[in-house]
Design a protein around this ligand. Structure first.
Ligand code: PLP
Length: 429
């Protein structure tokens, strides 16, 4: 086997008819056509790392380049660029249940996490010097939290999990009168475990701590309501399920009641009350704008709107319903066809606690991943040591894609096509 077309008369699996009929009744099926799809045979299961390119992003960028940069030049700052990050923040806010002027799009998730964690720890009442997180959190988030704690003479506590499920009871145990901040990923990057936002936020609040969520892997696929869940702070990516483009700026949310109390540690001119007075003293502007630092990358920022438009138009409840349908079907297919070949489900079985990707573990996961990409036109991603992540993006992933991907993986392992990749390395996995 070298390409999917070589699969030839490989017998159709059980589950094929179900895939076809579910695609036929899919209320979101029309959205797939909103995306650039250059190779219809390619099955893209990595929308949780980099969403596909929306067709309308291409025309938006052409306008920003030609009309705004090309023709209007610096006048464009007064014709929409200066406020673009606020406008996009307000547009994104309903997706996380936030109000107007509570969200901005700014910098990267990493930098935003630093800004908000630092601000919170610095403003914490005396005696509260601890940040609590878990070992399922994205390691980069843990580095940031640890760095913040060190900068401010505090400490980080990392609660241990079983590797798949959020250690809820142990987190409740770890949070105490020394805790300033609890910071977790809503949907964790490896297993896809998804916390109950209200439940954990309540645990933090009952101990007198603030709650900061990283919504990178849930925004755009799971309904989020920071308002009713009483979430204090949140950050998240726009280039995953929001399809904002590689490295597109991230968002941050600060509940309005906290905005004046917290100070951005990166005190740049975009957070100044009068940036064009060019005074030497930093005076923070009031409101969410103070969490900006410096000039925004306008091209990347402008590209975000197209992806947001589709998610908002499709509706987050419809997206979540399809996401659960897809991951349920995926789990069934894994159990039926891949477990007999040595694969193991490495995600929660309960869809209530599962995001929009499913991890499967296999002892030769890395060579299998390479064979999927190089020989079978299936793009997942790989997370060390033995996980293959299969992400479903409800706006463009079909049930038949999942069925076919499982069939191709089965074919690879059964035929031994992955053996030639043992020992091969890559920079980005
Ligand atoms: C994807 C992701 C990030 C990425 O942060 P960048 O600053 O964009 O590199 C951070 N945290 C979590 C939880 C993520 O899933």
């Amino acid at each position: 086997m070298t390409t999917p077309t070589d699969l030839g008369p490989y017998p159709a699996f059980e589950g094929y008819d179900e895939a076809v009929s579910r695609d036929t009744c899919d209320p979101l099926q029309g959205y797939r056509d909103h995306f650039v799809i250059t190779d219809p045979e390619l099955i893209y299961l990595d929308g949780n790392s980099l969403g596909r390119l929306p067709k309308s992003a291409v025309s938006t960028i052409e306008t920003v380049l030609g009309d705004q940069w090309g023709d209007r030049l610096i006048r464009s700052w007064n014709e929409g660029w200066w406020d673009l990050q606020l406008r996009l923040g307000d547009r994104l806010a309903p997706l996380i249940g936030a109000g107007p002027s509570e969200v901005i799009v700014s910098d990267s998730t990493t930098v935003n996490l630093f800004k908000l964690a630092f601000a919170t720890l610095q403003a914490a009442p005396g005696g509260r010097d601890t940040i609590v997180t878990d070992d399922l959190n994205f390691p980069s988030d843990v580095y940031i939290l640890d760095g913040v704690a060190r900068h401010l003479g505090g400490r980080l506590r990392i609660v241990e999990s079983d590797g798949v499920h959020g250690p809820l009871a142990d987190i409740a145990e770890a949070v105490d009168e020394r805790t300033a901040l609890v910071s977790l990923s809503h949907t964790v990057f490896q297993s896809g475990y998804t916390y109950d936002l209200s439940e954990v936020t309540r645990i933090a609040h009952e101990a007198g701590a603030m709650m900061l969520w990283d919504l990178s892997h849930s925004v755009g696929t799971i309904p989020i309501d920071v308002e009713t869940s009483e979430v204090d702070l949140a950050v998240g990516c726009t280039y995953k399920y929001l399809n904002g483009g590689p490295g597109s700026p991230a968002f941050l949310y600060v509940r309005s009641q906290h905005q004046e109390r917290l100070g951005n540690p990166i005190t740049g001119w975009w957070g100044h009350i009068a940036p064009f007075q060019f005074e030497l003293e930093f005076r923070p502007v009031t409101g969410i704008r103070r969490f900006h630092s410096g000039t925004m990358p306008i091209l990347s920022l402008a590209a975000i709107e197209a992806g947001l438009d589709d998610v908002l138009a499709a509706g987050i409840d419809a997206i979540r319903a399809k996401s659960v349908g897809l991951t349920d079907y995926l789990v069934d297919q894994i159990q039926a066809h891949l477990e007999p070949l040595g694969f193991r489900l490495a995600s929660p079985a309960d869809p209530l606690h599962r995001g929009s990707h499913v991890s499967v573990a296999h002892e030769t996961a890395w060579p299998i991943t390479l064979a999927m990409i190089e020989r079978a036109k299936v793009i997942p991603d790989y997370r060390t040591p033995d996980n293959i992540r299969l992400g479903v993006a409800p706006l463009y992933t079909r049930f038949i894609d999942i069925h076919t991907a499982i069939l191709r993986i089965h074919r690879i392992v059964e035929s031994g096509a992955h053996h030639e990749f043992v020992g091969t390395t890559a920079q980005v996995t």
